[in-house]
Each structure stands twice: as C-alpha cells, then as structure tokens.
Ligand binder design. Structure first.
Ligand code: GDP
Ligand code: GDP
Length: 436
C-alpha cells in the first residue's frame, strides 16, 4: 500500500511547481495525451528512498476568488482524511495571509505529520522575509524555493522519513488483483456484486492493508482473483461533489495495488473528464486496462450505437486504444461473464515474456523500416533489445543516444511490439540505454 503525500495551499503559492519538481515529469508524454494528463495532479514518485503517491490538491477544480477559503477548507479536509503526510505550502513573497492562518489552525488538530513550508524563498537574503511566518508558532518551518530547487531536498528527506513504512507482504503471484474504478454512480458496486454473486466467493471479505479497505477473494475458472477495496467501492453517503473528488483518490489508491483496472464508464453519460483522469492514471501506472461500459440496458440502440461508442472511447483515450471494451449491464447481468474473460486475457498479456530472438527479429526490422530522426545532427543507432520485466512488459533498447530518441519514435516501437506480439490490454514500457 503506497503512502500518500498531499500538497495543500492557496493558488499561486507554487504547488504545481513543487509537484512538477518532485515528480520530474517527462513533458513530452504529458503533451502527447491531449486533454488527459495535462492537468494531472497526482503521480507516483519513486525517486526517493521510499515511493509515495503525490497529490496536488489545488488542481481538482478551477478556483474563483470568493470560493477560495471554502475550497481551501475542503482541500485540507481531503488531505487530512486521505493523506499520510501533508505539505502545507505558503508564499514567502506574498507574506502570511489570513487564510493561511485559518488553515494552519485546522492542520494543528491533525494527527498526521504536517510540514509547514514557505516557498519562493529564492536565496539567503530572502530568509528574513519569511519572518512573518514564525508568528504561526508551528514547531518547524521550512523555507524553500520550488523554482530554484533550494531546500527541497532537505524537506523531502524529512517527508520521506515521516512516511509510514510499507509492509513487505510477499505478493502472491497466483492471484490476479482487480481494481474496479470510475466515477460515483457508474455502477461499480453493482458490478462488484455481480462478479461476486456470479462467481463463488472463496473467502470472506478480509481487511486489506488500509484502515478501511476490504479486499474480497473469489474464484473463477479455477483461478483466484482479488477484488481490491470492495469497501471503498461501497462507501456511500457523501455528497456527490465530494464523492467525485474521492473517486479519483480512491481510484488511484486501488489502481496502485492492482494488476488489472476495470475502468467503468456510464453508457448513459458517455466519457467524462474524470474518466479520463482515472484512465490516464491506470495507463501511467502500467496496469492492465479494460473499459467496462455499464448501463448498456438503458441506452437506446440502433445498429450503429455500439460502433459509435467504441469510436468515442478510442478517440478520447488514444493512448489506450489497445484496451478491450466490454458493454455490460450490471443490473441485468448482460455480458458480465465477458468481463472475467477479458481479465484473464489481459492478465496473460501483462505477464507475457517474449524471447530475445523473436524480439530482435521484430526490432531490427522496425528500425530498418523507419529510421529514427537525427538527434543534434547525429544518427541515432540502435543495437538490440531485450525484455527485462512484466506487469507491464518492459523492454530495454540499447542505442548510441538514449536521450536522443524522440517520443514519437518510442511510440512507434511500442506499437510495433504490441502488434507483433499481440499485447492486448497492457501498457508497454521501453527504457533506452546508452552503448557506444
Ligand atoms: P499553484 O497555483 O500553487 O500551483 O502555483 P504555481 O506552481 O502555478 O506557481 C505560481 C507562480 O509562482 C508561478 O509563476 C511560478 O513560476 C511561481 N513560483 C513557484 N515557485 C516559485 C519559487 O520558488 N520562487 C519564485 N520566485 N517563484 C515561484
Ligand atoms: P457506484 O457508485 O459506481 O458504486 O454505482 P452503483 O453500483 O451504486 O450504481 C449507481 C446506480 O446505478 C444505482 O441506482 C444502480 O442501481 C444503477 N445501476 C448500476 N448498474 C446499472 C445498469 O447496468 N443498468 C441500470 N439501468 N442501472 C444500473
């Protein structure tokens, strides 16, 4: 179970600057997914001693001035309930504001590590300007410059030290872990009930690794499956707007622990922005992905309806064009058995290994057919490729210029591998390694 770190603070204090610095995101990938990940505000950070999920709580919705304080309260509450560690960011240039003071009062009552951080302290000389903030009377005040990477390393050392330790429970590789994710009311709990009712539940729900998560094991075709966080899926009784926010956080926590994500979409509503966030996360986390279009019973259909829906999904989720799509009704049970068939198929691809000989046959033909664009006027040469991992299938490609391989060329190689070896439903990764 990966711990969660939330960055909270007013707009413009530098939350996304800090977020991007910590994530060290690859801009090309972000730009390449229209509309989907550009506004991404959560990401798995793996480059410190302990990995964690980072959330920039500010990005959940656009802010209008009058709603600022209310939204900060909501943000902080979300962080207080969900996060393991909170970074409260303030703006050293703007000075201390009344809303900062109010949020600090709230955060004082939280029984979790909270880091109070003054940003935009770009140099020694500006340290004095942070003096105001000492009147808050918090135990430790950190001063950083997210933009100039000043003090960020020291802060993160402390943050990482404050994270709860992940228990190294040996993963049972025989069991396929499934996350059912999607917006509120798309029919996740109905689908879970169907899957469990339909198949035999082999174990009573057992408390999972989080305080309130419950995983349920069941069997299907003599294979064992774990449905992740069935309790979270069934968690009800919050306002719609709130559920909407939680659905992203819940989804990403479940996805993190899963092998395969069932991305549930409401056929009545079509694809929404929130669906795109959730799907984008499953993709980037390298999980097997299956679209489950639910409530198919209520859609008025002619012989083009299904085709049009497939088209919409392929357009909105270009990077997930390889993911199977199943049209179901959790209510009537229509095609529910197809869901488990797809899970099995996708799982086989996620764990598939390709022999180095087969891989290089395809690889050398691919690089001969389409040459990579020059990088800094030099030819990019490729030597060979080898698969180094599964879940998701991961390949190393040796080249003279690992930094010089354009993103579009990486995508070309991925598509070629996907087609040649029929990798259905699983993201693929390529790591470029230098060799002269
Ligand atoms: P957010 O709304 O809290 O996510 O804030 P942003 O990350 O978008 O930053 C708001 C503005 O502050 C941008 O113009 C940033 O370039 C600037 N900024 C962020 N961090 C720093 C910093 O450490 N020093 C200075 N001088 N400016 C910063
Ligand atoms: P969740 O919030 O994603 O877990 O959604 P629920 O499973 O609670 O379903 C939300 C609402 O949609 C409930 O009223 C369900 O009865 C209804 N629902 C779920 N699946 C279907 C379906 O396939 N067809 C129809 N017509 N309604 C459904």
């Amino acid at each position: 179970m990966m711990p969660l770190v939330a960055i909270v603070g007013r707009p413009n204090v530098g939350k996304s600057t800090l977020f991007n610095r910590l994530v060290g995101r690859r801009k090309a990938i972000v730009d390449d997914m229209p509309g989907v990940t550009r506004d991404r505000n959560y990401e798995t950070v793996t480059r410190f001693d302990a990995p964690f999920i980072l959330i920039d709580t500010g990005g959940f919705e656009p802010v209008s001035e009058d709603r600022l304080l209310q939204q900060m309260r909501e943000q902080s509450r979300l962080a207080m309930e969900e996060a393991d560690v909170i970074i409260f960011l303030m703006d050293g240039r703007a000075g201390l504001t009344p809303s900062d003071v109010e949020v600090v009062e709230m955060l004082r009552r939280v029984k979790k590590p909270v880091f109070y951080v003054v940003n935009k302290v770009d140099g020694e000389k500006l340290e004095n300007e942070a003096a105001d903030f000492y009147t808050l009377g918090v135990d430790a005040l950190h001063t950083i410059s997210a933009e100039h990477n000043r003090g960020v390393g020291d802060l993160m050392d402390e943050v990482v030290a404050a994270l709860p330790k992940i228990s190294n429970r040996a993963d049972d590789d025989d069991i396929t872990k499934i996350a059912v994710v999607g917006r509120p009311n798309v029919g996740k709990s109905s689908l879970v009930n169907r899957l469990l009712g339909f198949e035999r539940v082999v174990a009573n729900p057992t408390p999972g690794t989080t305080r309130d998560s419950v995983d349920t094991m069941f069997s299907c075709n003599k294979k064992r499956y774990l449905l992740i966080d069935t309790a979270g899926i069934r968690r009800k009784g919050k306002t719609t707007q709130k559920l909407e926010k939680y659905s992203v956080v819940d989804s990403l926590r479940s996805i993190e622990r899963a092998d395969v994500a069932l991305i549930v979409i409401n056929a009545e509503e079509g694809v929404t922005e929130q669906d795109e966030r959730i799907a984008g996360y499953a993709y980037e986390a390298g999980k097997g992905c299956i679209f489950v279009v639910n409530k198919w019973d209520v859609v008025e259909k002619d012989n083009r309806t299904l085709g049009k829906f497939v088209e919409q999904i392929k357009t909105e989720f270009k990077y997930l064009a390889f993911a199977p799509i199943v049209f179901v009704s959790a209510k009537s049970g229509l095609r529910i058995n197809r869901v488990m068939e797809e899970v099995e198929r996708v799982m086989a691809q996620c764990t598939k290994r390709v022999s180095t000989a087969d891989l290089n046959r395809v690889f050398s033909e691919a690089v001969d057919t389409h040459h990579a664009p020059l990088s800094h006027g030099r030819r990019v040469k490729f030597y060979y490729s080898t698969q180094v991992g599964t879940k998701p299938p991961t390949f190393i490609v040796f080249t003279n210029q690992p930094e010089g391989v354009h993103f579009s060329y990486e995508r070309y190689l991925i598509n070629t591998f996907r087609e040649a070896f029929d990798f259905t439903g699983t993201p693929l990764r390529i790591i470029f390694r230098g060799r002269d």
